[in-house]
Design a protein around this ligand. Structure first.
Ligand code: ATP
Length: 332
């Protein structure tokens, strides 16, 4: 079972929002679509769900061309950012709803709803209505509702974004564990790079309707294909400097060098820099430096941080340098 998008183009009037997207999701793969707001992530999910007409291209699930199939005939289930639960129905009825409308006998629907709720850890909440549930509990009910239909593809549209930070981290881990238990193809959309790195078997980075890179979290992190990916994944973002800038000899003219903040070393040797400001984030500090006209940020242990205004020296190991083409932004 695979999901394949082939040359998918979507237009809204004169605006093209997906420019010929090719993407394949393997059997039992959790693929995260990562990109900034407006990149076309939700549109991509809607394409798979059958909610979005295509200007060109095709969608196949398990070798079957579903491009022209109605949403109800595709065997996909979507979990929305807002959960979209029916407020007047209990959790049990919300979960069973998709089965009931497909004429599943009531007793069987209840039984399957209970099983799905047990898998996601909300079996004790089945008699409550959405208004009596917390955000995280609603999230579980929405997941159970998707799960109960045993879909070929799960589509998750920023399902964690309405949760507070602590719960988001907890549900993120649970979602990954859930996928480990139930398998199936999951397409999970987020603009949160940490979520993508933690959750994804692979990540597709989407920018302005085009896929910039598809790879494992490790590949995306270690070998970003473009300057966009390099800066979008990582916080603070990767430093980019011209090859003939303050750290010469690391690349050729016409190239850009990239250095992750954690790879910037402050010490006795190297290029002179001024500390403009310092942010302390728990054990870490982000030192915002200026090397002549070029800004640079270093991530260092908070205990070693210099004072604002201090003069420091900056060194970078060659092995830590990423090189990109200055014009195309592509990795060299
Ligand atoms: N019905 C529409 N008519 C015109 N433009 C639209 C329509 N729906 C979406 N768009 C545009 O298509 C682009 C992609 O939207 P989409 O919602 O897919 O982005 P996204 O990456 O999911 O963003 P976000 O993270 O903010 O939800 C945006 O520029 C948006 O303004």
């Amino acid at each position: 079972m695979t999901l394949v998008l082939d040359g998918v183009r979507v237009t809204h009037g004169a605006t093209e929002v997906l420019h010929g997207v090719d993407l394949a999701v393997a059997r039992d793969e959790l693929l995260v679509v990562l990109g900034p707001s407006g990149a076309g992530k939700s549109t991509l999910l809607r394409v798979v769900a059958g909610l979005q007409p295509l200007a060109a291209g095709r969608v196949a699930i398990g070798g079957r061309d579903v491009t022209r199939l109605r949403p109800g005939r595709r065997n996909v289930a979507m979990v929305f950012q807002t959960y979209a639960l029916f407020p007047h129905l209990t959790a049990a009825d919300n979960i069973a709803f998709g089965l009931i409308v497909r004429d599943t006998p009531k007793a069987e629907a209840r039984e399957r709803a209970h099983r799905a709720a047990t898998v996601v850890g909300c079996a004790h909440l089945l008699d409550r209505r959405p208004g009596q549930l917390s955000g995280g509990e609603r999230q579980r009910v929405a997941l159970a509702r998707a799960l109960v239909r045993e879909p070929d593809v799960f589509l998750l549209d920023e399902p964690l974004s309405n949760l507070d930070a602590e719960l988001r981290v907890e549900m993120r881990a649970e979602l990954k564990a859930l996928h480990g238990r139930v398998g199936g193809m999951m397409l999970h959309v987020t603009h949160d790079q940490v979520e993508a790195l933690v959750l994804g078997d692979r990540i597709a980075v989407l920018r302005a309707g085009r896929i910039e890179q598809v790879g494992t979290p490790d590949e995306i992190w270690r070998t970003p294909a473009t300057t966009f990916v390099a800066r979008f994944v990582g916080s603070p973002p990767m430093n980019l400097l011209p090859a003939d800038g303050p750290l010469p000899g690391l690349a050729s003219t016409g190239q850009v060098i990239g250095v992750r903040p954690a790879a910037v070393r402050l010490g006795a040797d190297g290029v002179a820099a001024t500390v403009e400001r310092v942010e302390v984030v728990g054990e870490d500090a982000h030192a915002y430096l200026r090397l002549g006209e070029h800004p640079m940020v270093a991530r260092i242990p908070a205990a070693d941080r210099p004072a604002p205004g201090a003069q420091v020296r900056v060194a970078v190991r060659e092995a830590d340098v990423h090189v990109f083409d200055a014009v195309t932004g592509q990795r060299v």
